[in-house]
Write a protein that binds this ligand. Structure first.
Ligand SMILES: *Cc1c(COP(=O)(O)O)cnc(C)c1O
Length: 478
């Protein structure tokens, strides 16, 4: 791909936008500048390829395509069929799944599709059989009322939030917590690792309909073979949400017991995190749940986003190329180099290290809350996010952790030497930041003191770390 083609494409697009609302064109350009200049360590972010980005900005956005490939509720969907079928085929081949549903607009939507597919299969279908009805519309008022009660009375067992689980796994602020009676499993307080015996015990006691594995802040692998055995032992459906680590599955870093696809009944993911595609979601499953999953729209989704499905097809094609496996390997090498660099300088890490794409620093070791650490790092040109640690003393808002991830910087080409430099910068900032005090003299969880000259110096050094690794090197906007 010539430098010219990518530059011309984005420049022309901005010119067209500028003619209508110049402030939007300016903001898009400014976003590229910001992304180019910051040391982005947000574990859930990445940089999609120009081909993926460009596949989203077109007239596919104008099309309604409710239904599935070849069975639409709207006329004229032949081109949408082409891209949806391609995205699904690439997903099946890439992950070795029997079925792929590529319509979910986001990770949360993918989870809703999965939950309702499971409820339809395990609760609704048996109720229809009992009533000798073929469709919910055929149920009597009394049977429909009873079914709604039963759908709302199911149990879910998932990883606790402070151990790294996700809000969409049955927690009260999310719709999943209002749908399911949820209980969660934590991690071993001594090691920080998933304790499978404790998960098995919780499953035996609670007897969930759904056992969920998957996380957004757990720096280790999960043994999905063991989790499936636990699910089977209590008759639960085993669901894995691989939103964060899908890229490591695609790149064959997580194989065997650590590959969720052969072990789970159903797998959900985002497409924009380590998988490096467009912002969106996806569901993979075996033939047993395929029909229910395909009812995601209209069950919980509106019309699919054909432009995003086109971009998913592009990104999944990229992930099937051999260099993606190399990319995935480098993500983990970089995370481990970052963890080692931090440990060597005295940082405290949850679980003492990592074997995936993320590292969770327990910043109480620096006398800080997560909020103070996050802001001090941001002042110094390092973009991370605060995150709870297991048994967090500072709660979910201030927290005691900083979550850092390597998918984005690895896309730029940074390697283990730069990760050591990054560890040095992070440690410098955190060890030089002190907690502030409130007007009444008590310790503040938000205020902090950091010498602005030091923050500037680290910002410059962070910029220097990036100099050999241009972002979108073939895109020149001016
Ligand atoms: C990011 C994430 C989600 C939500 O994805 P969105 O696209 O933001 O809706 C769901 N589950 C897990 C485990 C995640 O990490």
């Amino acid at each position: 791909m010539s430098r010219n083609a990518e530059s011309t494409a984005f420049r022309s697009a901005l010119e067209v936008i500028r003619a209508v609302e110049p402030r939007v064109a300016d903001a898009i350009g400014a976003e590229l500048t910001d992304q180019r200049e910051s040391l982005k360590l947000i574990a859930s972010e990445n940089y999609a390829s120009p081909a993926t980005l460009l596949a989203m900005g077109n007239w596919f956005s104008d099309k309604y395509a409710e239904g599935t490939v070849g069975r639409r509720f709207y006329a004229g969907c032949q081109n949408v069929d082409t891209v949806e079928a391609l995205a699904a085929e690439h997903a099946r081949e890439l992950f070795g799944a029997a079925h792929a549903y590529v319509q979910p607009h986001s990770g949360i939507d993918a989870n809703l599709v999965a939950f309702w597919a499971i409820l339809a299969d395990r609760v609704e279908a048996p109720a229809l059989r009992r009533a000798q009805a073929r469709h919910v519309n055929d149920l009597s008022e009394a049977d429909w009322f009873a079914l709604r009660r039963e759908l709302g009375d199911q149990r879910m067992l998932g990883m606790s939030l402070d151990a790294g689980g996700h809000l969409t796994h049955g927690f009260r602020p999310n719709i999943s917590g209002k749908m399911f009676d949820q209980r969660s499993y934590g991690t071993d307080p001594a090691t920080g690792l998933v304790d499978y015996d404790r998960v098995a015990e919780a499953a035996r006691e609670f007897r969930p309909l759904v056992l969920v594995a998957g996380y957004s802040a757990y720096p280790r692998r999960v043994n999905f073979r063991i989790m499936r055995e636990i699910a089977d032992s209590v008759g639960a459906t085993f669901m894995v949400d691989m939103a964060h680590f899908a890229g490591l599955v695609a790149g064959k870093v997580f194989t065997g017991d650590f590959d969720p696809v052969p072990h789970a009944h159903i797998v959900t993911t985002t497409t924009h995190k380590s998988l490096r595609g467009p912002r969106g979601g996806m569901v993979l499953c075996g033939p047993e749940l395929a029909d229910q999953v395909d009812r995601g729209c209209p069950m919980v989704l509106g019309g699919p986003l054909p432009h995003v499905m086109a971009a998913k097809a592009v990104a999944l094609a990229e992930a099937r190329r051999p260099d993606f496996a190399d990319y995935a390997r480098r993500i983990v090498d970089n995370a481990q180099a970052l963890a080692d660099g931090l440990l060597r300088r005295g940082a405290k890490l949850v679980t003492g290290g990592t074997d995936n794409h993320l590292v969770l620093i327990d910043v109480t070791g620096y006398g800080l809350t997560g909020r103070q650490a996050e802001q001090a790092l941001l002042d110094s040109g390092i973009v991370t996010n605060r995150n709870a640690v297991p048994q967090d003393p500072n709660g979910a808002w201030y927290t005691s952790g900083i979550r850092i991830g390597t998918p984005a910087l690895t896309t730029r080409g940074l390697g283990t030497a730069e990760m050591d430099g990054t560890a040095e910068l992070i440690h410098t900032v955190l060890s030089q930041t002190t907690a502030g005090t409130n007007p009444d003299g008590t310790a503040s969880k938000a205020k902090y003191v950091l010498d602005p000259a030091l923050a500037d110096k680290v910002s410059r050094q962070a910029g220097e770390l990036l100099t050999g690794f241009p972002l979108y090197p073939d895109v020149e906007l001016s």
